[in-house]
Design a protein around this ligand. Structure first.
Ligand code: NZQ
Ligand code: ZN
Length: 380
């Protein structure tokens, strides 16, 4: 096992009715920015519950944050934060609203000339940020309990992420009832995103970390069990609750302690969203299977372990086939063609981006421009 530092400062407030807890956790005094998305929270009552909890606070609303949140929108919010002297950012919604809030909170305290540097440097220039709290309505990203944020720039069709210890939420409310109104497509996306987060930290090479392996496999087992259950019974609170907690555990930095990590699937996937507008999880389902096919020899030991323990099959090839069948069974496409994308076009565009940035991912740092192109060609 490699050395590691583990610190997760986010307080989780889990369960029915927990939104009211924010009343005592959002600081009084300076106004709070209440950030939200395109309006789902107004339709399902979450907006009213947040407003009721904050009835004694000064609140400045900022709605309209897009899925795959835009840099341009975040900068407008930063202007509001500065003008209104906001002291706290409360994000209410899915991963996109949470990620936007983290970027807004960091950009508001950024003293450099160009806030895009926060993303260009993967967060290393972030020295401070306003505190962020969240009310999560979509289990998927793990953003509610990590220091990551992913932002898209419309003008240049880029999608970049940053990570900072200053960007962990101070609290996150996870009330499974707020997820009852999710469209089936977003549930499917959440299951696949959480699944892929586990895999980025698990499907590498053996690392003498049996506990991390077992924790990862537990999250996978649970997702395989409760994902389809949630889709079949949208008002099953217990299924929703286990799904929600699984998605948090998949990327709250716990299962990745002391083990090699891959992340090539996510980095190639972000380019597919930037170029073609695919949902984040759609890109992952397509690319992850390609990464495994391309790196079959290097990943064979872990693929076999995963196959044995999660699907009861003995070969790496059968483990890949089982995973693809699982994704397809919840209506997730696993081929570029199913999304009307030419694999040659995708290979050319993504590999040019990787070459320009001298990017290399994977547990051995060997997934660069050429490997990205080969992986996408495998997923025609
Ligand atoms: O905008 P509103 O109206 O709120 O609607 C949203 C949006 O249209 C809707 N929605 C959310 N909760 C709902 C609901 N509709 C009905 N009922 C509810 N309870 O769902 C749609 C998608 O929301 P979004 O926040 O975009 O989805 P998700 O949570 O999957 O977030 C995706 C973003 O997170 C990034 C992705 O790249 C993408 O930009 N990621 C962030 C990560 C992180 N911070 O650690 C890691 C991930 O790998 C990922 O990259
Ligand atoms: Zn993801």
């Amino acid at each position: 096992m490699q050395n590691f530092v583990y610190r997760n400062p986010t307080e989780i407030l889990f369960g029915r009715g927990m939104i009211s807890e924010i009343a005592t956790r959002v600081p009084a005094g300076a106004p709070a920015l209440f950030a939200y998305g395109g309006g789902s929270i107004k339709r399902n009552g979450v907006y009213d519950r947040v407003k009721a909890a904050l009835k004694s606070h000064r609140v400045v609303e900022f709605g309209g944050i897009e899925a795959n949140p835009l840099y341009e929108t975040c900068l407008t919010a930063v202007d509001v934060v500065k003008r209104e002297r906001v002291g706290f950012v409360l994000a209410v919604g899915g991963g996109s609203v949470l990620d936007a809030a983290k970027f807004i909170a960091a950009a508001a305290c950024f003293t450099g000339a160009d806030p895009w540097d926060i993303l260009r440097t993967n967060g290393s220039v972030v020295k401070a940020a306003l505190p962020v709290g969240t009310v999560l309505t979509l289990p998927a990203t793990g953003s509610e309990a990590n220091g990551n944020s992913v932002i898209s720039r419309r003008a240049t069709r880029e999608k970049l992420h940053f990570t900072s210890n200053h960007s962990f939420p101070v609290f996150s409310v996870l009330d499974p009832e707020t997820t009852f109104t999710l469209p089936a497509k977003q549930v499917r996306n959440g299951v696949v995103d959480a699944f892929a987060h586990v895999m980025e930290q698990y499907m590498t090479c053996p690392a003498d970390a049996p506990l991390q392996d077992r924790l990862a496999e537990s999250v996978l087992h649970t997702l395989v069990e409760v994902g389809p259950m949630t889709l079949a019974e949208p008002r099953n609170y217990e299924a929703r609750a286990s799904f929600m907690w699984s998605a948090t555990l998949a990327l709250n930095t716990l299962i990745g302690c002391g083990v090699p990590q891959d992340w090539a699937t996510h980095m190639i996937g972000h380019e597919l969203t930037a170029f073609y507008g695919l949902d984040h999880a759609e890109t992952l389902a397509i690319v992850m299977l390609g990464v495994w096919q391309h790196k079959l020899a290097q990943k064979r030991a872990k693929l076999e372990q995963y196959g044995r323990r999660v699907w009861n099959v003995t070969s790496a090839e059968a483990a890949i086939a089982k995973t693809e069948a699982f994704f397809n069974s919840i209506n997730m496409p696993t081929r570029l063609q199913a999304c009307n994308i030419s694999s040659e076009d995708a290979a050319a565009k993504v590999s040019a981006r990787f070459a320009e940035r001298k990017a290399a991912f994977g547990e051995h740092g060997d997934i660069g421009a050429d490997a990205a192109a080969a992986i996408l060609r495998l997923r025609a």
